[in-house]
Design a protein around this ligand. Structure first.
Ligand code: NDP
Length: 475
């Protein structure tokens, strides 16, 4: 038995048996793929072998021994922290690999690093894929959404193992080869940007119902569970309902009230905003979601400022039930506008980076397994099936009709929130995005005039073609 385990026959090897690596590897083993694991920490290898004891698994905490377990040409996946750990794993692997072997970076790497790594490794005869995985610990264990990028031939080598271990919606696997080079990591980055914006929006709805309407945690639990049953349904809504029902085992109080309001981040939201700015794509709600996480950690400053500006928030005086009804519709409208922003970034990046993204396929693989999975994605998929090269969802007549039906409630909620002093930057930014995007005229002519006034930057005219400059000092 021991000898059989040392034969080079394992189809895939995983480096990094942390939260994601261990669970994804066990998931692959569940689907009857012989797989091997490596971690620097022998205890993690032992724990993996124990958990996978009923499957065809092996592992080692020695890299050469681990590599010797793998079938040639080898497929090695890594789930280690983004950044220098990925480079250090690649450098350790290189002397042990042969031309034609495949390395897959399945962590949340910066897509720009992925492009550099792919080119450098390809020059050495090693295949490299940057792959996004979403779904957290449970998703990795029981079926994540998987966004692999890189050369299509490389994808074909691991296609069956990825399809088997991904989430399924109506029998369709939530994985597809999204595009060449860094496409997989770019799509995962935008997924996370959308996730940031949705989480900010949901947290604002919580604030409105808690401080604005005075609802308690039991009522909040009921509202979010009710919302999750309808068109708003999705993973984030589902876990939000569960969170309000959870008690702290130590204090026996509601756990949510024991958690400090300082939101952490690992950078993917910021990268999405940066990339959007680089490509001149407006994604204001993702930008504001990053900004609000940054503001949330300024706890001491906020505490001091709260003394300078007493009683900033007042309670809503109208009908609470009516407010919650309108808030639900506003949530839906704003969520549609968040997906519109994120997917418009994918559309521009697809041509700019030569990814050739199939937006229908991306909506399809986001319907299951991932953190932003939601009923809305089925409708978004239908839009892109109808019009594959649509630059923005707001240009689709059916989708825009739905947004239009809900935008009045976004406006109503935003107005009432301003009156009672509750910060709702996600709602406000989706509304302004909508109002600006649907406006044929914008006041940017004044900006052009100002630029030409102080910097002779020139401007274009509405009545004729060409570039013009005015001597503004001349009266
Ligand atoms: P963990 O911290 O749980 O695990 C990371 C693993 O990487 C550990 O086993 C660690 O080994 C190993 N490691 C770290 N540095 C090195 C190195 N230099 N050489 C070799 N091994 C190393 O992280 P996660 O599993 O949560 O995350 C892994 C990746 O997946 C990250 O890129 C993350 O952003 C991404 N991701 C995480 C999600 C999540 O929900 N957690 C969801 C989607 C993606 P050791 O035991 O020696 O410390």
């Amino acid at each position: 038995m021991e000898e059989a385990k040392t034969v080079s026959r394992y189809e895939l090897g995983m480096i990094g048996l942390g939260v994601m690596g261990r669970n994804l590897l066990l998931n692959m083993a569940d689907h009857r793929f012989p797989v091997a694991g490596y971690d620097r920490d022998p205890a993690k290898v032992e724990a993996f072998l124990k958990e996978g004891a009923n499957h065809d698994v092996s592992g080692s905490s020695e890299l050469p021994a681990f590599i010797a377990l793998l079938k040639k040409p080898r497929a090695v996946m890594m789930l280690v922290p983004a950044g220098s750990a990925v480079d250090s794993v690649i450098n350790e692997l290189l002397p042990l690999m042969d031309p034609g072997d495949l390395i897959i970076d399945a962590g949340n790497s910066d897509y720009k690093d992925t492009d550099i790594r792919e080119k450098a490794l390809y020059a050495k005869g090693i295949w490299f894929m940057g792959m996004g995985v979403s779904g957290g610990e449970k998703g990795a264990r029981y079926g994540p959404s998987i966004m692999p990028g890189g050369r299509p031939e490389a994808y074909e080598r691991v296609r069956s193992i990825l399809e088997a271990s991904s989430a399924k919606v109506n029998g369709e696997p939530c994985v597809t080869h999204v595009g060449p080079g860094s496409a997989g990591h770019f799509v995962k980055m935008v997924h996370n940007g959308i996730e940031y914006a949705l989480m900010q929006l949901i947290s604002e709805s919580y604030d409105l119902m808690k401080r604005g309407l005075g609802l308690g945690n039991r009522e909040l639990e009921r509202v979010y569970k009710d919302w999750n049953g309808k068109e708003l349904s999705g993973y984030l809504m589902e876990i939000t309902g569960d969170i309000f029902g959870r008690k702290d085992p130590e204090t026996k109080k509601d756990l949510i009230d024991e958690i400090k309001g300082a939101a952490a981040q690992k950078g993917t939201g910021m990268w999405t905003s940066e990339s959007a700015m680089e490509l001149s794509v407006p994604t204001p709600t993702i930008d504001v979601a990053v900004a609000m996480r940054n503001l949330s950690v300024l706890g001491d400053e906020r505490a001091t400022a709260s003394l300078n500006f007493p009683r900033p928030v007042s309670v809503y005086k109208g009908d609470s039930d009516e407010f919650v009804k309108k808030l639900k519709s506003a949530m839906y409208g704003s969520m549609l506008l968040i997906y519109s922003q994120g997917i418009s970034l994918l559309s521009v990046a697809s041509s700019h980076h030569g990814y050739g993204l199939d937006l229908e396929a991306i909506a399809r693989i986001w319907r299951g397994g991932c953190i932003i999975r939601a009923a809305i994605l089925e409708d978004i998929r239908t839009v892109y099936r109808r019009s594959p090269s649509l630059p923005n969802l707001l240009l689709d007549p059916v989708f825009s009709k739905i947004v239009f039906e809900h935008q009045e409630n976004v406006r109503w909620v935003a107005t009432e929130s301003i009156k009672i002093g509750i910060p709702v930057s996600a709602f406000l930014s989706t509304l302004s995005y909508f109002d600006a995007y649907r406006s044929e005229w914008l006041p940017s002519n004044l900006i052009q005039a100002q630029r030409d006034f102080f910097g002779s930057h020139t401007y274009e005219r509405t009545d004729r073609k060409g570039v013009f400059h005015t001597d503004w000092d001349e009266s």
